[in-house]
Design a protein around this ligand. Structure first.
Ligand SMILES: [Zn+2]
Length: 465
């Protein structure tokens, strides 16, 4: 019985963990690496295991750094089931389609440039056909229901409160008096956030695989501070007829922002200025949100059942066509443009940054986690010159960070996640964090639980359970 970490080990993206029980291999997540283009290429082309040997995959949630490499499995002759919650299935289908389209467009663009420089051609990691193939292997499971993955292996999803459909995954192997239970936290959400329920308690386990995105940080910006900040940004935009550009994950963050802005308008703290949600993926995801009230918290459910449109208003426009998106480039402010991708690594946000970032009256509002080496990271580090489509571009727009808007729990939430497990796990693997975050969280766990073995695995390392 062992585990091998094929991604999100001393880094945040590319979540892929392989459990081996006897001859049965189970994969937890199969995500894409994101970061420097060359590194991503290398890590995404080499999975570190043979997909044909995997019995089943259990998926924690739809974010692409957890799900985006799934189609590569079918290309590698994986024919087993991929288990996930119902909402995750609906979301992951549109996410993977979108990912295939983005890869195709990126390759076409880069190959065109490459030809001029006589570089060898790039091919996408997978196509829409590969996406359709893996989607046929999806199996929907309800939260809290134990199901069999094989005669010796049981599993269960519990609500992780991170995005719609997100889960922690509990797996138990039992055979001839030998047994071990493993809990994979997935991405842990936060308490008292809009739309979704709080993270739910998971069954206890022998071994815990714990994320550590914010392992050394506390979300110290409270809601009221953020609301006041948002108010002054909107006033600034009105005064200068400028734009507020917001890179946001299409799934989760965008819907939360829409709800937060609507609240401010309803309370008359800000006037109605045009809000453009410029992401076809976000529009599709928003429709899926409306189909899954079973994932809502009480308050959202109440609004939903009273037939009020939770994600719409007169001044909110979901932009579909490329032409309409392009028109936004020349549209005068004030307005808010919310577009994906959240880390500015692709999608329509890049075009809005290209056209808006040189204007010192515009504001780029950063609301989510930014992995190392992404354009988003360079923006929060306030670089004066940033690469946009490979070209150095002067950054004159103001960068404003909203630290309290994360969909990830902070250090205290992560420690609380362990605190709620009783009895405590004997072993904890700290993953899904940059080294500083993982080491800091591991140190806190070792101090609090001296009998616990705490390991920060490195990439492709194998450990006994
Ligand atoms: Zn996530």
């Amino acid at each position: 019985m062992n585990i091998t970490f094929h991604g999100a080990a001393r880094s945040v993206t590319g979540s892929r963990h392989e459990l081996q029980f006897g001859n049965t291999r189970i994969l937890l997540d199969c995500g894409l690496f994101q970061g420097r283009r060359q590194d991503s290429e290398r890590f995404n082309r080499y999975l570190g295991f043979d997909p044909a040997t995997i019995h089943a995959v259990l998926l924690s949630h739809a974010h692409i750094d957890h799900s985006g490499a799934l189609p590569i499995l079918t290309k590698g002759r994986f024919r087993g089931p991929v288990y996930m919650t119902k909402a995750t299935q609906d979301l992951v289908e549109i996410m993977l389609e979108d990912s295939a389209k983005i890869q195709k467009a990126d390759c076409t663009y880069l190959n065109k440039r490459g030809r001029r420089r006589e570089r060898p051609g790039l091919a996408p990691l997978y196509t829409l056909l590969d996406v359709q193939a893996i989607c046929r292997q999806f199996e929907r499971m309800a939260y809290g229901k134990t199901f069999r993955v094989s005669p010796r292996i049981k599993a269960q999803f519990t609500d992780a409160g991170h995005i719609l459909g997100s889960s922690s995954i509990w797996v138990q192997y039992a055979h001839k008096g030998e047994s071990v239970s493993v809990l994979f936290s997935g991405d842990v959400g936060r308490y008292d956030m809009p739309i979704l329920r709080d993270p739910q308690p998971s069954p206890p386990c022998d071994v815990l695989i714990l994320e550590s995105t914010y392992g050394d940080r506390i979300h110290d910006e409270d809601l009221e501070t953020m609301r006041t900040k948002a108010e002054s940004l909107v006033k600034h935009a009105i005064k200068h007829k400028s734009k507020i550009i917001v890179p946001a994950f299409a799934v989760g963050r965008t819907q939360e922002l829409v709800m937060r802005i609507k609240e401010l308008v309803q309370e008359k703290r800000i006037p109605q200025i045009p809000i453009y949600i410029d992401s076809p993926l976000a529009s599709k995801a928003t429709k899926i949100f409306r189909h899954h009230p079973e994932c809502f918290d009480e308050e959202t459910l109440k609004t939903f059942t009273s037939h009020k449109d939770i994600f719409g208003a007169k001044y909110i426009r979901y932009v579909e066509s490329v032409q309409e998106s392009q028109r936004l480039n020349t549209r005068p402010g004030p307005c808010v443009i919310i577009a994906a991708s959240g880390m500015c690594e692709g999608g329509r946000i890049i075009h809005h940054l290209k056209h808006g970032i040189q204007n010192e009256k515009n504001i780029v509002a950063m609301v989510g986690f930014q992995a190392e080496h992404t354009l988003g990271r360079k923006l929060i580090e306030e670089w004066d010159m940033v690469p946009i489509f490979g070209r150095p571009t002067p950054r004159r727009a103001q960068i404003i960070r909203f630290n309290g808007l994360s969909a990830h729990g902070d250090r205290l939430d992560l420690l609380n996640y362990v605190h709620r497990l009783n009895p405590k796990p004997r072993k904890v693997f700290v993953v899904h964090g940059e080294e500083r975050q993982s080491f800091s969280l591991a140190a806190a766990l070792r101090t609090e639980y001296p009998n616990m073995e705490v390991i920060i695995p490195s990439l492709h390392s194998t450990h006994n359970l």
